[in-house]
Design a protein around this ligand. Structure first.
Ligand SMILES: C[S@@+](CC[C@H](N)C(=O)[O-])C[C@H]1O[C@@H](n2cnc3c(N)ncnc32)[C@H](O)[C@@H]1O
Length: 312
């Protein structure tokens, strides 16, 4: 009797579901106005729009603004959020004892509420990052643990904790503590699956051919970077230059949700990256605008090059 073999029917492979990301043609189109129109009013006003140089400044609360922006559209975010340290303490400024008062936006609302805020804006940032995009967040002891915890809760992948050593930090007037001279900058990718970009060769080349470590020796901003007025928590251009060079390519879109005086914008502009900055305060956006306009007029002032990274 012939043996009949039943052949197992091959089940056809299911076609992989293609995920389509709404990456706009113009990288600055963080908002597709037709799409967002249905959400009602725009939660921001456009303070500066310069399509020729790919720069946009928006006035508004970054959480509301980003929650209405396109998802998966930003390559890199640098965030310097409120550290919540304007609470009647003292500090040393230009050799004098002064009270810490950076503005209403920097007043603590208590540990829990501050953490809720950090969760909310980080979530909004995560949504707009491209699948392989990364975020950098600076902070001191006042917020950095909350930021790190919130990142873990939201499923970011923490890539590095950079110790930014400020070699010209002011002295501690109370003489009851070590002098505070560092900030932490956390670098994280959108999630565990992200294949983040890191310009390893450039970082190595700019560090005398040695692997760059996570301790960065960079001074606080010199007076020339504050010639249009002072932002109380302005970051040095050197710090942002290194961050932009390490984690983005030319033409990428960089976002700063708490842009202040737009140090991130100045570095992005000088390195041919697109930039969107958000801030709630008009006077800081005015300062941003002046710095950006000056950079456009005199880029040579900043003596920028791809490799010249001063590692102290
Ligand atoms: C720490 S400062 C950033 C300074 C900036 N990195 C620079 O180099 O000038 C934080 C900024 O966030 C702004 N800000 C605070 N809360 C905000 C919010 N919810 N949305 C948008 N901006 C906010 C403040 O007005 C302030 O200018």
């Amino acid at each position: 009797m012939p043996v009949t073999r039943t052949l197992k029917k091959k089940t056809p492979k299911r076609a992989k579901k293609e995920v389509l990301y709404a990456i706009p043609q113009d990288g600055l189109e963080l908002f597709n106005f037709e799409e967002t129109a249905e959400y009602g009013d725009r939660p921001y006003s456009v303070f500066l729009n310069d399509p020729e140089h790919h720069i946009r400044l928006l006035k508004g609360n970054c959480i509301e603004v980003l929650n209405k922006a396109r998802e998966n559209s930003v390559d890199m975010i640098f965030a310097d959020p409120p550290y919540f340290l304007s609470n009647g303490g003292i500090t040393c400024h230009a050799g004098k004892m002064v009270s810490v008062n950076k503005g209403k936006w920097d007043v603590s609302k208590g540990i829990k509420e501050n953490h809720e805020f950090n969760l909310e804006w980080l979530k909004a940032c995560q949504r707009v990052l491209t699948p392989n995009g990364t975020i950098w967040v600076s902070g001191t002891t006042h917020i950095i643990y909350s930021i790190g915890f919130a990142m873990q809760e939201l499923g970011f992948k923490i890539l590095n904790d950079i110790v930014w050593y400020k070699r010209n930090a002011p002295p501690n007037l109370s003489c009851r503590y070590f002098t505070h001279s560092t900030e932490i900058v956390l670098w994280a990718s959108k999630n565990k699956k992200s294949k983040h970009y890191f310009n390893y060769p450039l970082m190595k080349a700019s560090n005398q051919g040695k692997q760059m470590r996570n301790v960065w020796n960079i001074s606080s901003p010199p007076p020339i970077e504050k010639r249009f007025g002072k932002h109380p928590t302005q970051k040095p251009i050197d710090l942002l230059r290194r961050i932009v060079l390490a984690s983005t390519k030319e033409g990428d879109l960089v976002l700063d949700p708490f842009c202040g005086s737009s140090t991130t914008g100045v570095a992005s502009l000088l390195l041919n990256r697109k930039y969107v900055g958000i801030d709630m305060e008009e006077n800081y956006l005015e300062l941003s605008k002046k710095r950006i306009e000056e950079t456009l007029k005199k880029p040579s002032l900043f003596n920028f090059s791809e490799t010249a990274i001063n590692n102290g």
